[in-house]
Design a protein around this ligand. Structure first.
Ligand code: MSP
Length: 648
């Protein structure tokens, strides 16, 4: 059985989880779920990085000791991930005793082999930061955080002989083209390696920093935080002797953002080499999320907290947005508006609509039972099946390359092809002719199978939605237990087993809802009060109309013959209504009514309304409807009547 090991960075406990952390962790989760679906044995690691001066400073600012501070923030990370449906196997903390032991083991080993030496370091030291700076890091000769010139200082420390591994690392990266990906980051590391590599200072004197792992060979010092943190990737597997280390380390993949490329691309593989084990198999590097105000960071205070948005819009919508919007490797912009836009269009309109019309028609035409395939597949069916097949191929090739956005685009092309298939196959017309029953069976069965296939393919991204869809199609399985080989097979739904339409998978978000937690610029309009039987006030009296005037409105009964979306609009439908004569009417009901649900429905139409063009389509009347909050209901008659009767 194939194995797969994926990690996220271990996050510093000096800030609460935010959208940047959420992206990396969800991306790793998506990969992990994908590999499980493909049948691999997987291990997924995340955790927190708790030593070093950053943490000491944050704890001091909060007025607590470093350990209590680390406990509190680490718990926040630990509690965040399950809420985002992250399915990690292990949450490591660098304060875990086994981790500390593994760090000391490696330090001792590398020291014994002669790759750690003691030396005096002279450099530019910022007293405010309590650390050395390189010339390059300074801004106009000053510390970027304190705007102060650093002082020259000499300090005796331990150094890792990193320079010794420079040639080996360059050769390794050149002979393993995809070990750092996408390629731009591989090139970046290779270009670092063009300059001579300096040895790495791996200790801090205790008098300057005591919050760290003591060096096993000199207890006056603690370990530099990066040398400590990177080792989490093997200590979590029980390095050096644990069975997990032997099973999973050879297939290790790290997921990080570009900010920590150097420690991962240079320090870590050379450390591994010096300690006697091979480097990671892949280092997957993504870009940065920016908010509208500029690059997002903890220090700029423009942090978007994932937990604020995920419950508001749904965890799956949030996960989908992050994976669909960012091209892995490049930066992306985050905005709540863009999230809502994707939710309404891709999720509610495309996927939600396909599922609800498929299950709705199964309800209507087959009493909610999965039909068998009836007639032989025709050209349309074959082309839809071919589309599903090619989507699956793309999914299989793009996912291991982390091309999440491309994978999702391919799945959505398939969803849109299926929506088009519904319009072309017109099951509502087939349903009127008993002779067409075998064809109707095939059309619905095709659609049900496509929905099942889509549910399986989206399960790494949207596990809850996938489970919900499969359950309503009669397959009760947890997303993590799905296996493509058995659950992704075409044609395996059970004829006769029940299908449940259920609530909309993704209710549309109205503009007002999106803004509901934000202060409104315009004062809220008072809600209309009273009912039709209340005595009108004097002001209302002036607005009332005479019976004669009302009679001028020509209201007629009508039956919807055809319905389709108005291209380019997610609100409008074009209806062809039989009112004795046929009329084309544009109605703003697409968000609550799907076209096929309308065909055959009795409606009331204002027949003598001035003709108007709406989004380029002529409307020759108006369909009456009543809005109640989010729901919109068509006005109709107690029982169906002939078309064209006058309402009075
Ligand atoms: N503790 C180190 C990592 C040690 S790993 C052995 C660290 N921690 S961190 O809390 O600063 O996390 C950095 C990581 O958080 C990034 O590499 C990335 O995974 C994620 N992100 C933080 N901000 C981000 C964005 N604005 N956009 C995308 N990801 C970002 O560095």
């Amino acid at each position: 059985m194939d194995r797969f090991y994926i990690t996220t960075p271990i996050y510093y406990v000096n800030a609460e989880p935010h959208i940047g952390h959420a992206y990396t962790t969800i991306a790793a989760d998506v990969m992990n779920r994908f590999q499980r679906l493909m049948g691999s044995e997987t291990f997924f690691l995340t955790g927190t990085d708790e030593h070093g001066d950053k943490i000491v400073q944050a704890a001091e600012a909060a007025g607590v000791d470093p350990k209590s501070y680390a406990d509190r923030i680490s718990a926040m990370f630990r509690e965040t991930w399950p809420k985002l449906n992250v399915s990690h196997d292990r949450f490591i903390r660098t304060t875990d005793p086994e981790h500390m032991k593994a760090v000391q083991h490696i330090l001792q080993k590398v020291h014994d082999s002669g790759d750690i030496y003691f030396s005096t370091y002279k450099g530019l030291y910022c007293v405010g930061c309590e650390r050395f700076y390189t010339e390059k890091e300074l801004v106009e000769g000053k510390c970027p955080d304190h705007d102060r010139e650093p002082v020259e200082r000499e300090e005796a420390n331990y150094f890792f002989r990193m320079s010794r591994y420079q040639d080996w690392l360059r050769d390794h990266i050149q002979s393993h083209p995809d070990c750092i990906r996408p390629e731009r980051y591989r090139n970046e590391v290779l270009s670092f390696l063009k300059d001579p590599l300096e040895d790495l200072c791996i200790s801090r004197p205790k008098e300057r920093l005591s919050w760290g792992i003591p060096l096993p060979f000199d207890d006056r010092y603690v370990t530099y935080v990066w040398f400590d943190a990177l080792i989490n990737y093997v200590s979590a597997l029980g390095y050096p002797d644990g069975p997990l280390f032997h099973q999973f380390w050879p297939v290790a993949q790290h997921t990080i953002a570009k900010d920590i490329l150097k420690p991962h691309g240079i320090y870590w593989p050379t450390m591994a080499r010096a300690a006697g084990f091979p480097p990671f198999r892949h280092l997957n590097v993504h870009g940065y999320w920016r908010t509208e105000e500029g690059k997002m960071s903890k220090s700029h205070g423009t942090v978007v907290r994932p937990l604020d948005l995920a419950p508001l819009y749904g965890v799956d919508a949030f996960r989908y947005f992050l994976m669909r919007e960012m091209v892995f490797g490049l930066d992306a912009n985050f905005s709540e508006e863009a999230l809502v836009q994707r939710l309404n269009s891709d999720l509610a309109n495309d996927l939600g609509n396909l599922f609800s019309r498929t299950t709705g028609m199964t309800d209507r035409y087959f009493q909610g039972k999965i039909p068998p395939f009836g007639s032989e597949p025709d050209e349309q069916d074959r082309s839809l099946m071919a589309r599903m097949e090619s989507t699956l191929d793309q999914w299989r090739t793009e996912m291991p390359r982390l091309a999440f956005h491309k994978t999702l685009m391919a799945v959505w092309e398939c969803i849109n092809a299926a929506n088009k298939y519904v319009d072309q196959a017109a099951p509502w017309t087939l349903a009127k002719d008993p002779g067409q029953l075998p064809r109707l069976q095939t059309v619905l069965r095709m659609l049900l199978e496509i929905n099942k296939g889509v549910a399986v393919l989206i399960s790494p991204f949207m596990p809850e939605t996938s489970e919900k869809m499969l359950q309503r199609l009669g397959m009760d399985k947890k997303a993590l237990d799905l296996r493509l080989e058995e659950d992704g097979k075409w044609g395996t739904l059970e004829a006769g087993s029940p299908v449940h339409k259920g609530e909309a998978l993704f209710p549309r978000i109205q503009k007002e809802e999106q803004k509901k937690d934000k202060p409104s610029k315009t004062p809220a309009k008072p809600k209309p009060s009273g009912n039709a039987f209340e005595k009108p006030s004097a002001g209302e009296e002036a607005q009332s109309i005479s019976l004669d005037l009302f009679k001028q409105v020509d209201l007629r009964t009508g039956i919807v013959k055809e319905a389709e979306r108005v291209p380019g609009s997610d609100r409008l439908l074009r209806l062809l209504v039989d009112m004795g004569e046929e009329r084309q009417v544009v109605a703003g009901i697409a968000q609550t009514h799907s076209p096929e649900d309308l065909v055959g429905r009795q409606v009331i139409v204002v027949a003598n309304l001035k003709r108007a063009k709406i989004m380029g389509v002529e409307s020759q009347g108006m369909v009456l409807a009543v809005r109640d909050g989010d729901t919109l209901q068509l006005v109709t008659t107690e029982s169906p009547l002939s078309p064209g009767l006058k309402v009075s």
